[in-house]
Structure formats: structure tokens, C-alpha cells
Design a protein around this ligand. Structure first.
Ligand SMILES: *Cc1c(COP(=O)(O)O)cnc(C)c1O
Length: 384
């Protein structure tokens, strides 16, 4: 039996044709496909600007750089996230701290955030950036985070790597109503893919320009960004220390072609989630709870089982060809992060969540027959 992965891409003949067309064109990179992809994603989400890069990790990094995050600054995020959310701040020389998760959504707990901000204000240790992560594709409580941002003066970058196609309060994630920058990932396990790739959306033209600078060596040909009169029409200036984080036109072609099916992908994921909800009902597990303000993009379908059974259930599923996974090992428990921690970190909700979590297979092309196999195997593993 072919194992069922926890997530995978769906690439069609049209996707292949779109990529081949770029391969046979004049531009493999820095051609027309990247700016088109940027405009299309921004328009889809209702944001003014899109800045495409070679990964979401790079997008998070240029977002932090554009907001001026540097040594002496602090970024706060959730411990239940992928390593990139934290590393992007460390690349800037900033310090990272965490806010525990909400036990229902597994997203950053806004009450815990409010309490921590109040303490930090007294100690003069407020964060410059708070980076909420929309775990599994479900939006954080962005209105609450925005209210706190106004009160405490921090900037907000949404790590929406899981969440393109999802919405919050009836509006698409990425519209920037409650944040400075929103970042999407186009890694193959995410909702749409460009193989590797990411994008940062913003409504602030200044931030967009800064992110474009940082993705391209800190180099500009725009006279308005130069420090002096250009020598001539060939002139370029390096005005910052940037990187080569550009997306290629080949990748953008795949991303553009996939974007046409984004709504369809999310619809199929939602149908699978509903089907899991119905058919797992009665088993000794906690299904993902959805806040009424949110419509998840359903990157992941995470269940929680008794901590003492988690390993056994995980291994039983794997042995039946169901390649479940765990998202995520709390970042603050990673050896590298522990080594650099100023204090002994403890986030009880995140740790409790981690001990119980299993991500079931979830992707647009998962068939109902495959899903039934997953459900049956899970039932057996739980002794039900
Ligand atoms: C996948 C992911 C990233 C990194 O995305 P890449 O495109 O692989 O760099 C960052 N944050 C979260 C929450 C992710 O799931």
C-alpha cells in the first residue's frame, strides 16, 4: 500500500504547461511572471502590495528588516510554530520571547499577550514586533492583537504560512486590516505551491519598497532611493545590506497557475475537515475547534489524544501507511533556543498541546477512500 502523506501538492498538466512556457521564454528570472504573481496574490487578498521571495522564511526576514528590527529589539511569537518564525528575528540580531497558546485554537493567547505586555511595559522591555501565527490556517484574533498594538506601540507581522485562502471576520487573511505585513508560504505542503517560495503583503508602499530592497542585495535603480544624483542611466546604488532572496519566474509561473485553483483547494480541504469532524465524533480525541470569526484554509487537521497514548497512536497509524506528523515541537524547547534563553522558558498550554497533538493527512487531492482508511486506522489505534 502506498503511504498516505500528511500533506502534498497537486500539480496538473496546466501547471506544467505554465512552467514550460516560462522555461522557453526570454526570462527565467526577473521577468514579468514575478510582478504578475505579486499583483494577483495582493488582489486576491485585498492588499495593496505583494513582495515575492524565495521562501516564507525569507519573507519573514525581509519583513523584520523593513520594520527596522535589530539588536536590542524584541520579537514575540507563539511557541507552537515552525522554526522560521523565530529564526527571522535572530537573523536581525533581535531577541525572541514567547506568548503561550490559547487551549482551544492553539494560536497565541491574546489574554496572555495582554498580561505579558503590561509586565513588559513596567520593565521597559516591550516588543518591537509581535508575530501571530495562524496555526493550521485558522486566523489569530487579529482585532484583539491590533488593539494591543495601538496601546503598546508594537508592529504586527502575521505568519500566515498556513493560511492563504482563509478569512477572518469575513475578509481574506492578508488584507492587512490588522497588521503591517502578512507572509504566505508556497512550500509544497502548504495550500498552493511555487515549489519553494513566499510572499509578503502590505498596504504600506514604504514597507513594500524596503522589502524589495532587502530581497535584492540592498540595491536600487530607483532615483528616489539613491543618496545622490545618479551617474547615468546605468546607475545602481547599494543603500542597505540585502540578500539574494528573489523568486524566479519559473517558480512564479507555477504559483500563478496554482493560484487559479486556490478557492477550489480550500473548498476541498474544508470538505475533508467537515468529514473528519463528523466521522471522528465519538472517538476519544479532541477535534480542531474553530472560532466563529474564522474560516480556516485548513493547511492542517490536528487532533489531540491522551498524552500517554500519543506515541502509540502515532506509531500505529504510521504502521498502517498513514504518515501522520506533529506540528510542532515547541520552539522554546529546541536545544539552540534553550541555549540562548535569558530565562527558563515554560509555556504550559503549548507543552500540553505538544504532548497530545497529531496532524492527520490533509490535502486537496486526498480521496474519501484514503480518508476513510485514515479514520478506520485511527479508530483501531484508539481501541474504539
Ligand atoms: C512553512 C512555514 C514557514 C516557512 O516557510 P518556507 O516557505 O518553507 O520558508 C514559516 N512559518 C510557518 C508557520 C510555516 O509553517
Amino acid at each position: 500500500m502506498i503511504p498516505i502523506p500528511y500533506g502534498r501538492q497537486e500539480v496538473t498538466a496546466e501547471d506544467v504547461r505554465a512552467v514550460a512556457a516560462v522555461l522557453q521564454s526570454d526570462w527565467l528570472t526577473q521577468g514579468p511572471a514575478v510582478p504578475l504573481f505579486e499583483r494577483e496574490v495582493a488582489a486576491y487578498c485585498g492588499a495593496a502590495h505583494g513582495v515575492a521571495v524565495n521562501s516564507a522564511t525569507s519573507a519573514l526576514h525581509v519583513a523584520c528588516l523593513a520594520l527596522g528590527l535589530g539588536p536590542g529589539d524584541r520579537l514575540w511569537t507563539s511557541p507552537i510554530t515552525f522554526l522560521s518564525t523565530v529564526n527571522c528575528a535572530l537573523y536581525c540580531g533581535a531577541q525572541v520571547d514567547f506568548v503561550d497558546i490559547d487551549p482551544h485554537t492553539y494560536n497565541l493567547d491574546c489574554d496572555a499577550l495582554a498580561r505579558k505586555l503590561e509586565r513588559a511595559r513596567k520593565d521597559g522591555r516591550l516588543p518591537k514586533i509581535v508575530m501571530p501565527v495562524h496555526l493550521a490556517g485558522q486566523s489569530c484574533d487579529m482585532a484583539a492583537i491590533d488593539a494591543l498594538a495601538r496601546e503598546y506601540g508594537f508592529r504586527v507581522v502575521e505568519d500566515a504560512s498556513h493560511a492563504i485562502g482563509g478569512s477572518y471576520q469575513g475578509r481574506r487573511i492578508g488584507d492587512g486590516r490588522y497588521s503591517d505585513i502578512t507572509v504566505f508560504s508556497f512550500h509544497p505542503v502548504k495550500i498552493i505551491t511555487s515549489a519553494e517560495g513566499g510572499m509578503a503583503l502590505t498596504n504600506d508602499p514604504q514597507l513594500a519598497r524596503r522589502m524589495e530592497l532587502f530581497r535584492n542585495h540592498g540595491m536600487t535603480r530607483g532615483p528616489e532611493l539613491m543618496t545622490g544624483e545618479p551617474d547615468g542611466p546605468w546607475a545602481y546604488e547599494q543603500v542597505e545590506l540585502g540578500f539574494n532572496y528573489r523568486m524566479t519566474d519559473v517558480h512564479a509561473a507555477l504559483g500563478r497557475s496554482q493560484l487559479l485553483r486556490l478557492d477550489d483547494f480550500v473548498q476541498r480541504r474544508r470538505a475533508l475537515a467537515l468529514r473528519y469532524d463528523e466521522r471522528l465524533d465519538g472517538l476519544p480525541l479532541a477535534a480542531p475547534w474553530q472560532h466563529p470569526d474564522t474560516q480556516s484554509a485548513w493547511h492542517l487537521y490536528i487532533v489531540r489524544v491522551a498524552a500517554e497514548k500519543r506515541r502509540q497512536v502515532f506509531e500505529a497509524l504510521r504502521s498502517e501507511g498513514v504518515n501522520v506528523n506533529v506540528h510542532y515541537i515547541p520552539v522554546h524547547t529546541q536545544p539552540f533556543q534553550r541555549r540562548r534563553a535569558a530565562t527558563a522558558w515554560s509555556f504550559p498550554e503549548a507543552e500540553r498541546y505538544y504532548a497530545e497533538a497529531i496532524s492527520l493527512p490533509m490535502y486537496a487531492s486526498l480521496s474519501e477512500a484514503q480518508q476513510d482508511h485514515v479514520i478506520a486506522a485511527l479508530g483501531r489505534a484508539l481501541g474504539a
